[in-house]
Ligand binder design. Structure first.
Ligand code: ADP
Length: 183
């Protein structure tokens, strides 16, 4: 169920913040908060592989992992989403180990990969906000501002949704989107 959805126009594109289950998104690609092995994990990663079936992990095995801040694409398998873009968020230590730059890079690289594949609708989870421990208000600010900047420069993407599992995280992302300066 979606509650308190909110959105913001960026040129002709839309950024949307919703509460929900990322694995149910019917979009060109969902972004997976993966780990460097790309061979599966817990949290949203586990949920994506469970829902998408073995075709995803079979493609992942051929990718030989992924660096933190980078992104790689596979099929969506049995998911409604056509593709999964796997990105590796930073593990949060104290904010002084390049975490903000790496988290921004995850969002930028995921959207670059989407553009390279002609994709127009992409849904993100709260990357690094689970076991990787990123403070959620900081992560939300970085996520929405990086996506907004990307959409301004790349008008082929039509819609980016942040799909947050909990109402609390969704509210934090909604506030971050609201707080972006007008332009
Ligand atoms: P990370 O290792 O990058 O921290 P996690 O998977 O532990 O990634 O958590 C990232 C975020 O994804 C958390 O806010 C978690 O609550 C959320 N999450 C877990 N499952 C789902 C899902 N099915 N849909 C959307 N978000 C999810």
């Amino acid at each position: 169920m979606k509650t308190g959805a909110m959105e913001r126009k960026v040129g002709s594109a839309i950024i949307e913040i919703v509460q929900g289950d990322l694995t149910r998104e019917d979009v060109d690609a969902i972004v997976n908060a993966a780990n460097k092995t790309l061979l599966g994990g817990g949290g949203v990663d586990g949920a994506i592989h469970r829902a998408g079936g073995p075709a995803i992990i079979e493609e992942c095995r051929k990718l030989h992992g992924c660096e933190t801040g980078d992104a790689k694409i596979t099929t969506g398998g049995k998911l409604a989403a056509r593709h999964v873009i796997h990105t590796v968020g930073p593990v949060y230590r104290d904010g002084k180990h390049n975490e903000p730059q790496l988290l921004a890079s995850c969002h930028r690289r995921s959207l670059e990969v989407a553009v390279e594949h002609g994709l127009k609708t992409v849904s993100f989870p709260a990357i690094s906000c689970g076991v990787y421990g990123y403070p959620i208000p900081d992560a939300a600010r970085i996520a929405v501002s990086t996506v907004e900047a990307f959409l301004k420069a790349h008008p082929t993407i039509e819609r980016v949704r942040f799909v947050l599992f909990s109402k609390e995280v969704q509210a934090v992302f909604a506030r971050a989107l609201e707080a972006l300066p007008d332009y």
